[in-house]
Design a protein. Structure first.
Length: 133
């Protein structure tokens, strides 16, 4: 893909096309990939993913889908929706993928300007290239 590492924050990697975070491109496409070592109650992983989606730095206006996904042999959920930045109220299309490991989870957060929604499949395909090292 066209995304390159813009910044590393602890165990999180931030990607954008211009190498800046936050990005300054018109479409504002960015991706954050991280893993969390916190204890996850996997009694209801779908509900965990939904709850996590609503904790993102966006006011969530709508959820388009919540579907199971498996990447690199790890099960989880992919969610897509529309929201507004809590910082400046601008509209974004958002995708979140959470993959549940043992006592940890991987999280991917992709976002782009809602005016450029046609770019979302490419962003999702980039997330789907995930492989553990």
């Amino acid at each position: 893909g066209r995304l390159k590492i813009a910044q590393k924050l602890g165990i999180a990697y931030c990607y954008s096309e211009d190498g800046l975070f936050p990005t300054e491109t018109d479409h504002r496409t960015s991706l954050i990939a991280s893993k969390s070592f916190s204890e996850v109650s996997t009694d209801d992983p779908k509900q965990f993913a939904i709850n996590r989606f609503y904790k993102l730095p966006y006011y969530i206006d709508s959820v388009a889908s919540t579907e199971p996904i498996t990447l690199d042999g790890i099960d989880g959920y992919i969610m897509e929706g529309l929201g507004r930045s809590k910082k400046d109220n601008s509209k974004y299309a958002i995708v979140q993928v959470i993959l549940f490991g043992e006592n940890m989870y991987y999280i991917f957060l992709g976002s782009l300007d809602a005016e450029y929604l046609e770019r979302m499949p490419e962003l999702i395909n980039t997330i789907k290239t995930f492989k553990r090292k």
